[in-house]
Design a protein around this ligand. Structure first.
Ligand code: UDP
Length: 454
C-alpha cells in the first residue's frame, strides 16, 4: 500500500448500544490494520471513549441526540427510528466538515454504517462517495428481516396467536418456526416491520458487510447475495480477527479470581447481554434450579435489568442464600476472558449474536434462552443446525433449569455438544486466518475500495 492509500479514511457510524459498538469497533481495527485511517462519527448517547485502545482513531460527535430517559419512554424501536429522523441533517453537516478538512474528496474511501443507522446513507450519496452497510447480526437474521419487512402484519398477528402455527416451520426459512422469527419485545409488530424495511433497504449502498462466516451460514449468505444485488462480504467472527476492547460498562475482574478456584469445565456462565430484562420470579426459579444442579455458576446481573429494581435488592433473601452457596454475581464481566477460562463448562445466554459468536468461538456449548429479536433465530440455529446448544423453552421452572444444566455440563449429550463446539471454534479460527474465507472476504472488500470498484 503506498503513502497515498495509507491516508485514505473510512468513516464508521455505530448504533449506540454495546452489541453494535463492539463489532463495528472490531471492524475498525481490522480495516486500520489494512492501512486505512478510521473516523468514528457517533451520537452523544452511549459514546465510545477514545481510550488508549483507539488512540489512532478519530472520534467525532453529532450534537443534540437522545438520552437514557428517551430510551425508557420511547422503547428501543421507537428510539432508533427517532434517532434516524433527527440525525440525518446533523450527520450531513458533520460529514461535510470532515470532507472539507481532507486534501481531496478521494481521501475518504467510504462510509460504513450500522444497518440501523440508515440516516447515514444520505450524506455520502450527496457527496457522491461510497457507502456500505454493516450488519452486526447473523446473515440468517438479515434474511428474516427481509422476509418480515414484506409480511402482511394483520395476517401474521393472527398466525402468531395460533399455537399450532407458532410451532410450525415458516415457509422458506427451514429450520425456523414462526415463533423463531425476529419479532421484538421492545415495540409493536408495525414498528418492527417499519424498522426492518428501512434497515434492509440497501438504498445507495455499494455493499453489505456481515459479521459472520460462510462456514456457519452458507445458504443464508448465498440467498442474501442473490437477493440484495450488491456484493455481500462475510468477514467474521470479527472478535477473532481483531481485538478492540470497547466495553461501555466497567468490567468486574474479580470473577476471574473466583473462576480460578473452580474445577475445569464445571461453571455455568450466565449473561443476558446489554439490553434484556428479566422478571424476579424467573430469576428466583433459575437460582433454585442452578442450586439444585450442584454446579457452580457465574451470573451477570446488570444494574437496571430487573424491572423496578436498581440491582438485586428487590429479590427475596432466599436468592442471596442460594447464590452464596455456589454462585458468584457481578454487574458486568470481561465476557471474552470468562468464556476462554478453563473452568467454564457452559454459557447460559440470551443468544445475542456477539455472545453466540464469542461462545462458539471459544468452543463453549450453550443453554439458549432467547428473549427477543434475532436471539430467537440464533438459538434455533445453535440447537438444531450447529447442535452446540440446548434451548430452554416455556415457563422458567426450577426442575427444567436443573435438568438443562445437567444435560449441558454433566451428561454425555453435553460432552458431544462440546466436541461440536470445539470443531466449530477451529473452523471459525481457520476462516479468519490467511487463506480462510472471512480473511479473503475482507481482502476482497479492501481491494474493491482500493480499485474504486464501488
Ligand atoms: N458483555 C460483556 N460483559 C458482560 C455481558 C456482555 O462484555 O457482562 C458483552 C459481550 O461480550 C458481547 C456484548 O456485551 O460482546 C453483548 O452483545 P450481544 O450481541 O450478545 O447482546 P446484546 O447486548 O446486543 O443484546
Amino acid at each position: 500500500m503506498d503513502e497515498k492509500q495509507v491516508k485514505r479514511k473510512i468513516v464508521l457510524v455505530p448504533v449506540p448500544a454495546q452489541g453494535h459498538v463492539t463489532p463495528i469497533m472490531q471492524l475498525g481495527k481490522a480495516l486500520h490494520s489494512k492501512g486505512f485511517s478510521i473516523t468514528v462519527i457517533q451520537t452523544q448517547y452511549n459514546r465510545v471513549s477514545s481510550s488508549k485502545d483507539f488512540s489512532d482513531f478519530q472520534f467525532l460527535t453529532i450534537p443534540g441526540t437522545l438520552t437514557d430517559s428517551d430510551l425508557k419512554s420511547l422503547g428501543a424501536l421507537q428510539f432508533l427510528m427517532k434517532l434516524n429522523q433527527i440525525c440525518e441533517e446533523t450527520f450531513k453537516h458533520c460529514f461535510g466538515q470532515l470532507l472539507q478538512e481532507q486534501g481531496s474528496r478521494d481521501d475518504i474511501a467510504c462510509v460504513i454504517y450500522d444497518e440501523y443507522m440508515y440516516f447515514s446513507a444520505a450524506a455520502p450519496k450527496e457527496f457522491q462517495l461510497p457507502s456500505v452497510i454493516f450488519s452486526t447480526t447473523s446473515a440468517t437474521a438479515f434474511v428474516c428481516r427481509s422476509v418480515l419487512a414484506k409480511v402482511n402484519a394483520d395476517k401474521f398477528l393472527i398466525d402468531m396467536k395460533d399455537p399450532q402455527v407458532r410451532d410450525s416451520l415458516f415457509p422458506g426459512l427451514d429450520p425456523l418456526r414462526y415463533k423463531d422469527l425476529p419479532t421484538s419485545a421492545f415495540g409493536t409488530l408495525e414498528d418492527i416491520i417499519k424498522l426492518y424495511s428501512e434497515a434492509v433497504n440497501t438504498r445507495t449502498a455499494s455493499a453489505v458487510i456481515i459479521n459472520s462466516a460462510s462456514y456457519l451460514e452458507s445458504s443464508s449468505l448465498s440467498r442474501l447475495q442473490r437477493e440484495l444485488q450488491v456484493p455481500v462480504f462475510p468477514i467474521g467472527p470479527l472478535h477473532l480477527a481483531a481485538c478492540a476492547p470497547s466495553s461501555l460498562l466497567e468490567e468486574d475482574r474479580s470473577c476471574i479470581e473466583w473462576l480460578n478456584k473452580q474445577k475445569p469445565k464445571t461453571v455455568i456462565y450466565i449473561s443476558l447481554g446489554s439490553i434484556c430484562l428479566m422478571e424476579s420470579r424467573d430469576i428466583l426459579e433459575m437460582a433454585r434450579g442452578l442450586s439444585n444442579s450442584n454446579q457452580p455458576f457465574l451470573w451477570v446481573i446488570r444494574p437496571g435489568s430487573i424491572p423496578a429494581s436498581e440491582w438485586t435488592e428487590s429479590l427475596p433473601e432466599e436468592f442471596s442464600k442460594l447464590v452464596s452457596e455456589r454462585g458468584y454475581i457481578v454487574k458486568w464481566a470481561p465476557q471474552m476472558e470468562v468464556l476462554r477460562h478453563p473452568a467454564v463448562g457452559g454459557f447460559w445466554s440470551h443468544c445475542g449474536w456477539n455472545s453466540t459468536l464469542e461462545s462458539i468461538g471459544e468452543g463453549v456449548p450453550m443453554i439458549c434462552r432467547p428473549i427477543t429479536g434475532d436471539q430467537k433465530v440464533n438459538a434455533r440455529y445453535l440447537e438444531s443446525v450447529w447442535r452446540v446448544g440446548v434451548q430452554l423453552e416455556g415457563e422458567m421452572e426450577k426442575e427444567t433449569v436443573e435438568r438443562v444444566v445437567k444435560r449441558l455440563v454433566v451428561d454425555e449429550e453435553g460432552a458431544d455438544m462440546r466436541k461440536r463446539a470445539i470443531d466449530l471454534k477451529e473452523k471459525l479460527e481457520a476462516s479468519v486466518r490467511s487463506g480462510g474465507s472471512s480473511c479473503s472476504s475482507l481482502d476482497d472488500f479492501v481491494n474493491s475500495l482500493q480499485t474504486k470498484n464501488f
